[in-house]
Design a protein around this ligand. Sequence first.
Ligand code: PLP
Length: 221
Amino acid sequence: MSIVNNIEAIENEISGKGVTLVAVSKTKPVEMLMEAYNAGFKRFGENYVQELTDKHEQMPKDIEWHFIGHLQSNKVKYIAPFVSLIHSVDSFKLLQEINKQAAKHKRVIDCLLQIYIAEEDTKSGMTEDECLEILTSEALKSLTNISIKGLMGMSTFTDDEAQVKKEFRKLKTFHNSLIETYPRLSTISMGMSGDYELAIEEGSNMIRVGSKIFGNRVYPT
Ligand SMILES: *Cc1c(COP(=O)(O)O)cnc(C)c1O
């Protein structure tokens, strides 16, 4: 299967469900992304700031770049000129920095708040309480160069489907309660190669799929 076939297969699976596919291209060379681009696919997700800025420089400028990895405050400035959506906001301090850098470029940067749902404590994110604290804070009102669009979550890395389902359901339940008060937080980014079908069943409307499109990743040792 080619990259383009893989994307088309997933697009067919999700069509009519109101789900957006983000192709996660971390560690993959520009040539592979260009195969997708040349077939009309223009939405990519990256985890590392340096890699994202390199690819942004080398590739056409009508690409929608999503940042999905852990983001350090001191690196926000490198992606602020062009990033479309940051999925991985895990603190108010980070939001403040994104706001500051977005203002320099006269932009409003869309963000998702990453909620901690997994059992492993290696997965970053904030608790539901921390999320509510941010959303109800006075200080948020002054951040006019960011727009919070919804939530992101990563499930535990496990074969235990019941566990993963439980985690997605918990996030969706929280999301449902939030959008009653904050309808603009309509995005819920959950689901990767191994669990996006389950995530969609549980109400996801944005999936982040890497290896099922580009093949397994090889990390330098
Ligand atoms: C790498 C990554 C993905 C994609 O993972 P696959 O299992 O290859 O689909 C999705 N979301 C995040 C946050 C990632 O870091």
